[in-house]
Write a protein that binds this ligand. Structure first.
Ligand code: TC6
Length: 684
């Protein structure tokens, strides 16, 4: 069946796309639209045209899988020009999402109508490119530069009501089922008008732009956009819309688009797009597996982690019972949740009504028995195996049959925890990242005996609460913390060899991380897990803590901090480290940034390769998702495994071998060596 079909209703040509799942504008769709425009122009009985889509959405954009392949005619810009040049008025009927090339098609139409639930956006920037089918020239002409810039540069879509208010839509159709008929009626109405169809090219809204608009926007968004190349290209293209005539502006957009679509950042961000979707797939689970209903969730522990986890479910409308040992700890935890919600409401991100609903779904308790009827319980108690086992033993005796028992452990053996119950099939790891209500990553740890249904339910639940879930097998630290440990080991070794904390941190900041390991340690507190009474000054951390250097909260740690928490390197720390190095007989030396970067990042890639080799991660791109969503790895490099592909696996192996003397206990993964020798990549 053809992906584009046409029919004539009255005097309106209705053009319908049907290209599941998201009506991407692949070659066949483009050709079909082109043919339809020819039909509209040549058939005298046709007075107007409606373009609409079957399925769950209007065109969700160009077909991303075609990027990087030889172009197939007609191009999207040619198709949109054909729509715009149609002598009969063309109306876009929008439901679902009109994104990227999809919105550009709609902008080529002379009129746009949509249902209120629709969203419209130009998310190309998130793929490392800019709208390349006229979007940067047409959108500012339709809605003005002030409204167009954020849409194009951040890529965030706008809801239909806002789109109507900004002039992007001509009408809203309240009755969703009646969109097609309403669009046809709208088309008949405009066809009867005497004036020519309105082209997005002709507008003087763009002339209102103050000259400072672009620099102001650059300044206001500098932090958010740091490291990404495409946002600046987007700004330049919109600047061209203001400073150049339409035909010239379109050429500027084309040149920038061609440059970026073949760039490394775009390849990396496209990889991220598909990696996020791939992570949701578990290869050995049957497609029709039954998903268990999760109507009520229990959380053990009302600390920062437990509270953050609870908020995920409350925000999704799922009632939560939170259990603590003491009333004051419970009150404190519940109070923090309320304050967090209140603050979000103050910022206008949620309504007071939503705060009240979320809080009304939260019950506090001091009694495990109150968890008995929960469909899922997550423990977020102290990270000690004995304590976890006690908690699970108790849960086993209380929870109803068929309830999922989850641990939020970040390191411990989930199989061992599961074995402390009589129902290991119902036990799973749900490793949230702090702050748990904000961070997108959820590592789902599949125990050796976890039932497929339990795993599938956890994956579905992750989607419900807006997390990016990645499945990990059982090993110490799972995917993320195991690789973090490999990096930390090198950071500590480099310190002893003469690199300074600020130098090591700066190398990672320059790479694109939001923070380096010593900044992170200072933020978390150096005394986390450290006991004063047991400290014998045997490690750098012992000495720092003993001297009151316990991190940002004490005004000093690896760095000195002023009252605004600005950090400066510390001579005292350097002397302490040098003292330890001398005691261990290590000569300190100047270490270059390249060596630091290789010694920090190559062992991580190696650990990732071991994780793959052992079957802990399903695929390399899952490892990328963990680091992108949980640890601040810069998205524009695609994640550690994709980055290694770009650097070249033989370069990584050569680097590991070159630094071998400094990393004597590092075993190079045979998978990594093998792939490097064959010139292969981790990702395809
Ligand atoms: C552009 O338009 C540039 C224009 C200039 C040209 C000159 N192409 O996300 P889901 C697949 S750039 C190909 O799970 P949802 C996706 O991989 C594009 N495939 O669904 C998945 O496949 P799988 C600008 C695509 O309901 C399946 O469809 N547009 C595309 O959660 C389902 O996707 C965008 O960036 C595509 N464009 O969300 C929008 N889109 O089942 C990208 C999706 O094999 N898309 N697939 O894994 C989205 O944001 C979302 O897909 C959604 C639907 C909101 C449309």
């Amino acid at each position: 069946m053809s992906v584009i079909s046409t029919r004539i209703q009255g005097d309106v040509l209705v053009v319908t796309a049907d290209n599941p799942p998201v009506n991407a504008l692949g070659a066949a769709v483009r050709q079909g639209l082109m043919d339809a425009m020819r039909q509209a122009a040549s058939d005298d009985a046709v007075k107007a045209v409606v373009i609409r889509c079957d399925g769950r959405t209007f065109f969700a954009g160009a077909d991303i899988t075609e990027f990087g392949k030889p172009p197939v005619s007609p191009s999207l810009p040619e198709v949109i020009d054909a729509i715009e040049n149609c002598p009969k008025p063309v109306v876009a009927a929008i439901h679902g999402t009109a994104l990227g090339g999809g919105l550009e098609v709609a902008l080529g139409c002379h009129y746009r109508v949509a249902v209120p639930s629709a969203k419209l956006g130009l998310p190309e920037v998130k793929l490392g490119i800019l709208p390349g089918a006229g979007g940067t020239q047409r959108l500012p002409r339709v809605v003005g530069v002030e409204a167009a810039l954020p849409m194009i540069v951040t890529g965030d879509p706008v809801p239909a009501k806002k789109a109507k208010a900004m002039g992007l839509l001509d009408a809203l159709v309240e009755d969703e089922a009646g969109l097609e008929d309403a669009a046809i009626a709208f088309a008949q109405d405009v066809a009867g008008r005497s004036e020519h169809p309105v082209s997005s090219r002709r507008s003087d809204r763009i002339a209102d732009t103050p000259p400072s608009a672009f620099d102001d926007f650059r300044k206001a968004n500098a932090r958010r956009l740091k490291g990404f190349e495409a946002p600046e290209a987007c700004i330049q293209a919109v600047e061209a819309a203001v400073s150049q005539p339409y035909e010239e502006g379109i050429k500027t957009e084309r040149v920038l688009f061609q440059k970026f679509v073949t760039g490394t950042q775009s390849k990396a961000l496209r990889h991220v797009f598909f990696a996020e979707r791939a992570a949701q797939k578990i290869d050995d689970l049957p497609k029709d597996i039954e998903i268990l209903p999760i109507r009520k969730v229990g959380i053990i522990g009302a600390g920062t982690m437990g509270g953050g986890i609870a908020m995920n479910f409350l925000s999704a409308g799922i009632p939560v019972t939170m259990v603590e040992m003491k009333q004051d700890a419970l009150d404190r935890g519940m109070g923090i949740i309320r304050r967090n919600y209140d603050n979000t409401a103050k910022k206008g991100r949620i309504t007071q009504q939503q705060v009240d609903t979320a809080m009304s779904n939260l019950t506090g308790s001091l009694d495990y028995a109150d968890l008995a009827d929960c469909d899922l319980v997550i423990e977020a108690v102290f990270e000690l195996m004995d304590i976890k086992k006690q908690v699970f033993g108790k849960l086993d005796s209380i929870m109803k049959p068929g309830a999922i028992l989850a641990t939020n452990t970040s390191y411990l053996n989930v199989n061992e925890i599961a074995a402390s119950t009589g129902r290991p099939e119902w036990v799973i790891g749900l490793h949230f990242f702090s702050p748990a209500n904000v961070m997108r990553l959820l590592e789902i740890v599949r125990g050796d005996r976890t039932a497929p249904q339990v795993l599938a339910t956890a994956m579905k639940l992750a989607r419900t609460i807006g997390k990016v879930a990645v499945v990990s097998g059982v090993c110490h630290g799972f995917i993320g913390n195991r690789m973090l440990a490999a990096r930390q080991k090198q950071a500590n070794a480099l310190l002893m060899e003469g690199a300074k904390p600020h130098q090591i941190d700066q190398v990672l900041l320059d790479f694109g991380f939001p923070m380096g390991p010593f900044q992170m340690a200072d933020l978390a507190g150096l005394d986390l897990g450290w006991k004063e009474e047991e400290s014998k000054g045997e490690t750098i951390r012992d000495v720092l803590c003993e001297r009151g250097r316990r991190g940002q909260k004490t005004g000093k740690g690896f760095y000195d901090y002023d009252e605004k928490r600005n950090r400066t390197p510390s001579d005292e720390v350097n002397a302490i480290v040098a003292g330890f190095a001398a005691k261990s007989g290590k000569a300190q030396r100047d270490i270059g940034d390249d060596e630091i970067r290789e010694r920090l990042l190559f062992p991580m890639v190696n650990e990732g390769a071991l994780i793959l080799e052992e079957g802990i991660a399903q695929r390399a791109s899952d490892i990328d998702m963990v680091w992108l969503n949980g640890y601040g790895w810069p998205a524009y490099t695609g994640g550690p495994m994709f980055w290694a592909d770009i650097v070249g696996l033989s370069t990584v192996v050569a680097g590991l071998e070159r630094h071998g003397d400094a990393m004597p206990d590092l075993t190079i993964s045979s998978l990594l060596k093998d792939k490097a020798a064959k010139g292969e990549r981790f990702n395809g």
